[in-house]
Design a protein around this ligand. Structure first.
Ligand code: F6P
Length: 550
């Protein structure tokens, strides 16, 4: 059913039942739900791998959840899931399979694309990555002048940057601290400048990460990095081989750039950019944490894949999280979704999820090419707690918008911190638990008055509550747990795309800006009269040239 010609989502009986249910429920009060069922705090929880998932603080009843599962059944979410795992070409607008799950499949699995089992290829690349990572980590791989590599700079953007950059930060405690690993993505020259200004070129390895190897930002930065290296080393082109490797699906373009394809780590067109981080795109991370820890991370992904593939609907965590998002986005008009990790190491996690979710589900036509008549992907945002508490939580607590939020926290700090710093972990987590409590249960005017607050301040100090949150709690942020978390969100995004009947695996929406940038550039540099430039942009370009003294 999840295909061309299926019944429009908002015309299904299951959708209508949810609309009706929402009307009947009216304003749900979490205090009342907990009063009616004191066991809710333990009953509304699920476990997947190391992740304890508490969804008790959501504006749902058993009936809501059953109706949402009915919607998932009516839209055949599990049918599409099985088609994805089988390697069918469910990315219909690009005619591609969607097989990031094959990147972490065990070596003896058989997953076919166009009649070929892709699993041996996946493991051959993982083995090649492991051997290379080991050579860099042990100093066996040296630069052009024979010096050991101490710096690794990943040059890539979007899915070729956000995943490894996020994971390197998340797993910093597991990294070889003698290696400096940096990430350059922005075509703003400041990014590359700051990344290399204090590095010794003789000790620096550039990893050029680009699925297509045509992305203008990456190729421009890679070219500038090559110029920098050759100038610093006063070397000719032959130095490139020891200082540049490529991660790509496009061997021809890699060779054109001057990188020996023996130093290319391959992946395939059935891996979407934003789903590629556990492919060769993870090489910088593997060098930093070693292949064993990388393998543990893949194990974490695999565990959640298996759960998503086999757990019944009532116990299926990615399904549940996807459905809760549908409940708020489609039946409460929520526009946004906050992801708030209480781990400093997860400082880039939400930025990573922004691409995963917003590039996947930021669509407004369905698989038939018809305009959708329902909301699709939310605005995903957030930064680690406790910092956000002193910035934007005010709006979540007392603003006018409904912002469902995920709180992700850990029982133990990861690093060997000094004892005083270990103690700070309890304070961090006290905030974590306090926030979800405050968001859910708020503070009534009566409670405020009972504190002796003057009447005119009572409305200001009242907290409405009923702000829904999911709590995800694990013992520690290990490589496996990171893999579990990412897979959880990958599959949540999948579930939502399946329900909305959109293609979550294309990204045509980024193309127009790329084309126009190419067209505008000569207007900036040469003052060329670009046909079709609108009057506003024309005036801005003129102002820009004036400010640049051109
Ligand atoms: O922004 C569009 C996009 O295609 C992303 O989907 C992708 O992750 C990014 O550009 C980088 O692409 P590439 O890896 O081909 O350089």
């Amino acid at each position: 059913m999840n295909a061309v010609g299926r019944t429009r989502l908002n015309q299904t009986a299951e959708w209508t039942a949810l609309v009706k249910h929402r009307e009947q429920l009216g304003e749900v009060r979490l205090r009342e739900l907990f009063d009616a069922d004191p066991a809710r705090g333990t009953a509304y929880t699920l476990q997947v791998g190391d992740l304890h998932v508490d969804y008790s603080k959501h504006l749902v009843t058993d009936e809501t959840l059953a109706l949402l599962r009915d919607l998932a059944a009516a839209t055949d979410v599990f049918g599409l899931r099985d088609a994805m795992f089988r390697g069918e070409k469910i990315n219909t607008t690009e005619g591609r399979a969607v097989l990031h799950t094959a990147l972490r499949a065990p070596a003896d699995a058989v997953i076919e694309v166009d009649g070929e089992n892709v699993v041996p290829k996946v493991h051959a690349v993982l083995d090649k990555m492991a051997a290379f990572a080991e050579r860099v980590r042990t100093g066996e791989w040296t630069g052009h002048t024979g010096r050991r590599i101490k710096n690794v700079v990943n040059v890539g953007i979007g899915g070729s940057d956000l995943g490894p950059a996020m994971a390197h930060e998340a797993l910093r405690a597991y990294t070889d601290r003698d290696l400096t690993v940096r990430f350059v993505s922005n075509v703003d020259g400041a990014d590359l400048h700051e990344a290399v200004r204090d590095l010794d070129a003789a000790e620096t390895l550039f990893i050029i990460a680009s699925k297509t190897f045509t992305t203008i930002e990456t190729i421009t930065n890679a070219t500038s990095a090559r110029d920098w290296l050759l100038t610093e080393l006063r070397a000719d082109q032959s130095a490139v081989a020891k200082h540049f490797v490529a991660l790509s699906t496009n061997a021809e373009k890699v060779a054109d750039f001057g990188i020996d394809t023996a130093n290319m780590f391959e992946f395939w067109d059935w891996v979407g950019g934003r789903y590629s981080f556990d492919s060769a795109i993870g090489l910088s991370l593997m060098i930093a944490i070693g292949s064993d820890a990388f393998g543990e991370m893949l194990g974490g992904f695999r565990l959640v894949d298996e759960h998503f593939r086999t757990a019944p609907a009532e116990a299926n965590v990615p399904l549940l999280l996807g459905l809760l998002g549908v409940w708020y986005g489609n039946f409460h008009d929520a526009q946004a979704h906050a992801v708030l990790p209480y781990s400093h190491y997860l400082s880039k996690f939400t930025a990573y999820l922004q691409q995963l979710d917003m590039e996947s589900n930021g669509k407004s036509v369905d698989r038939d090419g018809r305009a959708v008549e329902w909301q699709t992907g939310p605005v995903v945002w957030g930064t680690p707690g406790t910092n956000g508490q002193h910035a934007y939580y005010q709006l979540i607590h007392q603003g006018t918008k409904l912002i469902p939020a995920d709180f992700i926290g850990f029982a133990e700090p990861v690093t060997d911190l000094r004892p005083g710093l270990v103690a700070q972990h309890d304070l961090l987590m006290a905030n974590f638990f306090a926030q979800t409590q405050a968001l859910a249960f708020g503070k009534t005017p009566e409670e405020v008055r009972a504190e002796g607050v003057p009447e005119e301040l009572v409305p200001h100090k009242t907290f409405r509550g009923n702000h829904p949150t999911t709590t995800v709690l694990a013992r520690a942020l290990t490589p496996s747990v990171l893999g579990q978390l990412i897979a959880l969100y990958e599959h949540k995004v999948f579930v939502q795309g399946a329900i909305w009947n959109i293609d979550s695996f294309d990204q045509w929406g980024v193309e127009l800006g790329k084309v126009l940038a190419k067209r505008v550039e000569p207007a900036l540099t040469e003052g060329a009269d670009v046909p079709g430039l609108d009057p506003s942009t024309k005036a801005l370009v003129a102002k820009y040239r004036e400010l640049r003294g051109r």
